[in-house]
Design a binder for this molecule. Sequence first.
Ligand SMILES: Nc1nc2c(ncn2[C@@H]2O[C@H](COP(=O)(O)OP(=O)(O)OP(=O)(O)O)[C@@H](O)[C@H]2O)c(=O)[nH]1
Ligand SMILES: [Mg+2]
Length: 220
Amino acid sequence: MKQIVIKKSVLESNDKIAAMNRTLFNSEHVFTINLLGSPGSGKTSILENIISKISCKYNLAVIEGDLYTAKDAARIARYNTNVVQVNTGGACHLDAPMIYKALPYINTTNLDFLVIENIGNLVCPASYDLGEDMKVVVMSVTEGNDKPLKYPSMFQRSHIVILNKTDMLSLTDFNKEEFYQDIYSLNETIKVFEVSCRDGSGLDQLIDCLMRAIKNKKDV
Ligand SMILES: Nc1nc2c(ncn2[C@@H]2O[C@H](COP(=O)(O)OP(=O)(O)OP(=O)(O)O)[C@@H](O)[C@H]2O)c(=O)[nH]1
Ligand SMILES: [Mg+2]
């Protein structure tokens, strides 16, 4: 009982800072996504593909969440992208105050698109609003098609699910029919993109969708 009260107050104060982040993103017309998913599902690999195709057209910045290392930020920095590493020191999710503290290190003036790669975890990060426009969850076929029903809030709160590593489909027992049935039973408006960072399939459709959203936010 006591734990429930504490959790509520943490989320309430998180929401206040998330609203401040959102106000900044809206005033600067920055389309912002919270990139979520299990460890190793392919979040950074997808981000690398997004950067290569979007950065010639739009100004992009990245906030990388990691428990202790700067390995993903180092991958992103290779693309000459504005990237800030946030280390949580062991915490299993990013929260809105962490993003608020990172924002002074990003020039949001003339920024079009901000991607926040969250900690690899299908549970806790779903509960923390960061001020983003969209939650985008990455899951890979190697994780098994039962994950949406086992970790429902992540899929209920996301706008997009990226089903990654489709090049490995034939090596797994992933059942696409069950996956689609489960995912739409949790969230009937979620958009699904089947992609592979290995052979590049499906990425153009995903990137078109993101580019439309970036443009819409610019035009608001
Ligand atoms: N076969 C295959 N491997 C992939 C694909 N996408 C990513 N990988 C591999 O999966 C591993 C994990 O990819 P990352 O992009 O680091 O995954 P992540 O979700 O960012 O991982 P964390 O940040 O540690 O949670 C790497 O070895 C990638 O090369 C894919 O579409 N197909
Ligand atoms: Mg990563």
